[in-house]
Structures are given as C-alpha cells and as structure tokens.
Design a binder for this molecule. Structure first.
Ligand code: MN
Length: 294
C-alpha cells in the first residue's frame, strides 16, 4: 500500500493515479496543529485492515495530479540519520572535501536532523543565504517505523518497519555542528509517499539514484550498506525508544555534490517512488557563525 499526506494533513491511499481519502480512519482533523494524524494512522494501521479495504472500495477519490502532496510524515518524534554508511562515500569524504573522516556508521553511529527540516515532494529546497559555502545533496532511502520499541534486536527489526520512502539529506559542508548544517527548513525532503513494507522490495534489494538536471550523480544498492537496515533499527533503539512514524535516513552513497538555485533534483528508488525537487535561493539563514574561521 502507498500512503500519502496531501492537502494540509489529509491522509490518502494511492490507488493507480488516484488518492483514496482515509483521513477519517484516525482521530485527528486534517489541518489541526500539531499535524500528527499520520502518526496516529501508522500506530493504528495494524487494526485498520477491514476499514481500509472498505474505504478503498467506496471511499472518496481525487486524482493524484490534483493533490498537493506533503511530507508523508510531517511531525515525527525524531528523524534519525546515519552518516558514512556506504564504503565509496566514506572514501570520497576523505579525499574529495578536505574533511578527514576516518569513522564509518558502524563505529560512529547516527545523528539527528531537526524534524522541522522535513518538506514534501511539492516543496522546493530553499538554499540558505550563506555565501561561499557548498550545500550538498545526499540521496537516501528512508525507513518509517511502524510499531515502536526499545532494545530491538536486529533479528526482530524488520517487524518494526512500517514502510519506506525517498529522502534527501541536504547539508552545508563545513566545521559547524552537523545538526546545524543539516537542519535548515526544507533540508529533508521526504516522499512522495510511504510504501508499506509488505509491498516494498526486500530491504537489501533496493536501488536508489539521484539525478541533477537529468544527469546521474549518485546511484547505489542497499546491499552495499555498511550498517544494514535491521542493524540501524537495532542501534537506534538501543539508545532511544522508537515511536510509530519515526524516520530513519539510511545514509548516502558516493557522488554527493553541490547544488545551486535553479537546479532540479530527481530522486528515484526502485519499488518505492520518485520525486523531482526544484532548488531555489532563500533569504533566510544568514548568520555570522558561518563566517567564523575554523
Ligand atoms: Mn546523509
């Protein structure tokens, strides 16, 4: 099943080229703040099978082309992200950027991105007004957690996957704290929907790629992850209780590079989906911290 957020907090199931509105299957009104309807929907999902079948047969539908798609999870409890999780990307970060990174995700673990950096498939990526700094794209597969838990062993981890989505982990390269460099508004596009785990490819058989202006910049296969998907869930849950709707960015492959206003990014993930995002210049983001020497 493909589950999307659209039109200010509505929840839809994608059927062919239409959306079946299933917002009413959870208790929160569309447009309410905070926008937690999808979290409630994901938490209740195992109990909704019959109601969902009925809704798909007879529910109100709108054409996908007329829907304004949003980040499928807009208000998760947390966005976990794994750095340096493909060998070739670890190598390019040592040589290509001048940054010395000897750690990999299996020894370094994960970090967090601000939840407010999430944006949707219809939202442009807004570059902060920080001149002279490189802002890079990182193309990543996102895991969306279903049933929460703590101390989840890797052998049980896949039971906690609600589904998968496409994610871009945008970042300003440099000396500042990673969470700050990666947490600007729109620095975490997510979408276009969540493909539930039962309909997604096996976790280690997913291909992803990123194109900029039609040219392939990044391509990878999840079998080449340093820390695989079950272990990522296990590691994160060894520290923090995972909750329904939590998002885990699984790390980017080689080929990261700068983006500029006017670029058009296209992320494609096999069996999951694709989205195209415009890059625009924002006037926000300027602060002296970006100009302090290291
Ligand atoms: Mn990343």
């Amino acid at each position: 099943m493909k589950i999307a957020s659209f039109n200010r907090g509505r929840i839809g199931v994608v059927v062919d080229d239409e959306l079946v509105d299933v917002t009413h299957l959870q208790p929160h009104a569309a447009g309410a703040w905070p926008p937690i309807g999808m979290i409630a929907f994901i938490a209740a999902f195992p109990t909704l099978t019959t109601k969902l079948e009925r809704a798909i047969q007879s529910g109100e539908r709108i054409p996908l082309s007329r829907a304004h798609l949003e980040a499928p999870v807009g208000w998760p409890n947390k966005v976990v992200a794994y750095p340096a999780n493909y060998h070739a990307h670890v190598e390019e970060m040592k040589t290509g950027t001048g940054l010395i990174s000897t750690f990999k995700a299996d020894g370094q673990g994960f970090f967090l991105k601000a939840n407010s950096s999430l944006s949707g498939p219809c939202d442009p990526i807004r570059l902060p007004a920080v001149s002279g700094r490189e802002i890079h794209h990182e193309c990543e597969l996102a895991i969306v957690i279903g049933e929460g838990g703590r101390q989840i062993p890797a052998s049980q981890a896949l039971r906690h996957v609600f589904g998968y989505s496409c994610l871009l982990d945008m970042v300003i390269r440099g000396k500042e704290e990673r969470v700050m460099r990666k947490s600007f508004d729109t620095f975490c596009p997510l979408g276009p929907w969540i493909v539930t785990a039962d309909e997604a490819p096996a976790h280690d058989e997913i291909e992803l790629r990123l194109l900029v202006g039609g040219k392939i910049r990044q391509s990878a296969h999840t079998r080449d992850l340093i820390v695989g998907i079950p272990e990522m869930i296990s590691m994160a849950s060894s520290v923090m209780t995972l909750h329904p709707g939590d998002v885990i960015a699984t790390g980017t492959p080689a080929g990261v590079g700068p983006v500029f206003a006017g670029d058009r990014l296209r992320i494609e993930i096999s069996g999951i989906g694709e989205m195209e995002l415009d890059v625009v210049q924002d006037e926000c983001g300027n602060h002296d911290v970006w100009r302090k020497p290291q």
